[in-house]
Design a binder for this molecule. Structure first.
Ligand code: GLN
Length: 199
């Protein structure tokens, strides 16, 4: 199952490296055709407004929605999570609408702009017992999530890692630490989609 990493802007190279560490092959995708050809998609961190500008008129947003709705595994971090959301605030903006969540951008103010935290409120059944080191960079916050959204980790009570069927989204950057548990979760869903396609 081919994994395409959207490579218009942001830390797509870090995602490629993190997935390569786990033995996964990826390709960098930059067009709607490449998005449609991929079996799974990664939306990196970066700047969501810039990503929207670069996607304008390319057909990529429609291709991403089609991929998500077709049940292909989709994994977004930080700006990538913002792209996936149904509702975007602060300022109000666009979202692809495939993740039933409201995302507040730059939610932690200037002083706490960027921080490394040890998340202790994690779903141990899915992620194991160890606290998760999490890098937040001008991070958004999931202000609300719908009933079909499973919360896998929280920071100060707010969801920071969520899963809705084939969609996985983090407001932090698992690709920037050595903790590969979130990437592994994505790869499990890629493997599951591959088995389904083969059956
Ligand atoms: N603040 C950025 C945005 O609103 C996201 C930051 C990130 O991806 N590290 O798009």
């Amino acid at each position: 199952m081919s994994i395409g990493i959207l490579a218009l802007q942001g830390d797509f190279a870090a995602h490629a490296e993190a997935l390569a560490r786990l033995g996964a092959e990826t390709s960098l995708v930059k067009t709607a055709e490449e998005v449609l050809a991929a079996g799974a998609i990664v939306l990196p961190g970066g700047e969501s407004t810039t990503m929207w500008k670069l996607m304008e008129g390319t057909g990529i947003p429609e291709a991403l929605v089609a991929a998500a709705q077709a049940g292909k595994p989709v994994y977004g971090t930080c700006a990538g999570a913002i792209l996936l959301a149904r509702t975007v605030t602060n300022p109000d903006g666009q979202g692809l609408g495939v993740l039933d969540a409201t995302v507040q951008r730059n939610a932690y103010g200037r002083q706490l702009d960027s921080t490394v935290l040890s998340l202790t409120d994690v779903n141990t059944r899915v992620l194991g017992d160890a606290p998760m080191e999490a890098v937040f960079i001008r991070a958004p916050r999931f202000a609300a999530v719908g009933p079909g959204v499973e919360v896998l980790a929280r920071r100060e009570g707010s969801p920071v890692l969520v899963r809705q069927a084939n969609i996985l989204a983090a407001t932090f950057h698992p690709e920037l630490t050595g903790d590969d548990r979130v990437a592994k979760l994505f790869l499990e869903s890629v493997a599951g989609a591959g088995r389904k396609a083969a059956a």
